[in-house]
Design a binder for this molecule. Structure first.
Ligand code: NDP
Ligand code: 2IT
Length: 449
């Protein structure tokens, strides 16, 4: 394993996020490779860390002032062993090959866990939709698709949203694809309902992360009723996490964005959540405005020089990190544990640094890693693909029922894999092993390709 990681570092210099994700999976699956020498012989892990295809391209566009702008676009087609590449697009100034490779790598195992036939991919651009007009976003999306359309298709690669890519961006991307290909097809998920989207897709990641937390709590004969919950982010995942928490009788007390966070001890109720949804999705405002509107809440601006995030330093029962990678550092993890938090369900991808993960495992808290806990989003994307193929649309209840069942199945698969490899209660090894085994078997069946 040391030799394997040394090789990864050498082949992917400076790609810290990607190496972080690989190292966690490699550690978890070591006992699987020991039990299955055929995986080692076929170099399954070595093949898994090499993307099947990495596309990087120029995205030129013209801003409202008539200036030419240039961004860099990417699509990582990581692994297609169990289905067409599937995974979101991220538009954020921090986007680079390392971040997208880590996301694509995680997506492979996450998608395998969903039980649906989807391979793993991820894409995006170092474009910041914040502060851009709708027309600028449209021109950017059209230029992005102008190159990428030739690499996509309903049986080849089916992207969706992630940070900075919501219904507006998916609309412009879909329109551009349709025009270029002269074909109305299910090539993207997260579409609006009226033109091929699935009910519950916007809600799915947040709902799924809460369903996963409920499953973890059930192993200790507990429910979410009355639990105090810390939630980070205020975008798609955070909003529907809070919605489901309210429905389940829990009390969410925080939300954040990259400028700061609010703490509302009374809890974010339905009316306050409606306000947040309007503020974020329509006005595209900042979370600070929540405290102007509700004076009982306190707003704390982000202090870039601080070595911890005070959002994670309140007495609470559960945490739902739903913003971005590595948002819980080692000190934040210690603060969570010291404040009595014993459930962490990751809506975001890889939000906890490795030292934090180790601390959670050491303290035997109920810790659901992103690739299991946030798999609800891509699961309903898979259901959107099914509905598109069937040219049907299912009801809210039908889709939510499938989502709930899938999250229960993912929980069960993690528990069983962890037990089978001697790490009971460890959802990290459980998720990595269960996802890995499915993809590894498929790769073995399909030969060296
Ligand atoms: P959105 O763009 O809707 O919201 C992102 C939220 O996180 C915003 O509040 C944003 O604040 C905050 N945020 C983003 N980057 C940073 C940063 N570097 N530092 C601090 N805050 C930040 O994205 P989503 O809600 O869709 O995604 C959130 C997380 O969930 C991501 O990790 C994503 O990969 C993961 N995820 C999303 C799925 C989905 O279906 N959408 C599925 C599975 C996982 P600001 O507006 O200030 O940037
Ligand atoms: O990280 C993720 O799982 C997503 N951003 C959703 C991917 C998808 O294809 O729905």
């Amino acid at each position: 394993m040391q030799e394997f990681m040394r090789m990864c570092v050498e082949c992917n210099p400076g790609e810290t996020e990607f190496l972080q994700a690989v190292s966690e999976v490699a550690e978890s699956v070591k006992p699987v490779l020991d039990r299955h020498p055929e995986y080692r012989k076929a170099k399954i892990l070595e093949r898994m860390v090499e993307p099947e295809r990495l596309i990087s391209f120029r995205v030129p566009w013209v801003d409202d002032g008539g200036e030419v702008q240039v961004n860099r676009g990417y699509r990582i087609q990581m692994n297609g062993a169990i289905g067409p590449y599937k995974g979101g697009f991220r538009f954020h100034p921090s986007v680079n090959a390392s971040i997208l490779k880590f996301l694509a790598f995680e997506q492979v195992y996450k998608n395998a866990l969903t039980t649906l036939p989807m391979g793993g991919g991820k894409g995006g651009a170092n474009f910041d939709p914040k502060g851009k007009s709708d027309l600028e976003v449209m021109r950017f999306c059209q230029s992005f698709m102008n190159e990428l359309f030739r690499h996509l298709g309903p049986n080849t690669d089916v992207p969706a949203g992630d940070i900075g890519v919501g219904a507006r961006e998916i609309g412009y991307l879909f329109g551009a694809y349709k025009k270029l290909k002269n074909e109305f097809t299910g090539v993207l998920t997260g579409k609006r309902r009226e033109w091929g989207g699935s009910l519950i897709r916007p809600e799915a990641t947040g709902y799924g992360s809460v369903y996963f937390a409920a499953e973890m709590l059930a192993t200790r004969d507990q429910t979410l009723e009355g639990k105090v919950c810390l939630v980070s982010g205020s975008g798609n995942v955070a909003q529907f996490t809070v919605e489901k928490l309210i429905e389940m009788g829990a009390r969410a007390v925080t939300l954040s964005d990259s400028s700061g966070y609010i703490f509302d001890e009374k809890g974010i109720d339905r009316a306050k959540l409606d306000y947040v949804m309007h503020l974020k999705n329509v006005e595209r405002g900042r979370i600070k405005e929540y405290a102007d509107r509700y004076p009982e809440a306190v707003y704390t601006p982000r202090d870039p020089s601080a070595d911890f995030n005070p959002l994670w330093n309140y007495k609470a029962d559960c945490a739902f990190p739903s913003a971005t990678q590595n948002e819980i550092n080692a000190k934040d993890a210690a603060n969570l544990v010291n404040n009595g938090v014993y459930v962490v369900s990751e809506g975001a991808n890889m939000p906890t640094v490795p030292e934090g993960v180790d601390l959670f495992l050491e303290h035997k808290i109920l810790y659901g890693p992103g690739k299991a806990a946030n798999a609800g989003g891509v699961s309903v994307s898979g259901l959107e693909m099914s509905q598109n193929s069937l040219r049907m649309s299912w009801t809210r209840e039908e889709v939510d029922g499938h989502l709930h069942r899938i999250m229960k199945d993912i929980h069960k698969a993690c528990v069983e894999a962890a037990e089978s490899y001697g790490t009971p209660g460890n959802y990290v090894s459980g998720a990595n092993i269960a996802g890995f085994e499915k993809v590894a078997r498929a790769m073995l069946d399909q030969g060296v390709i």
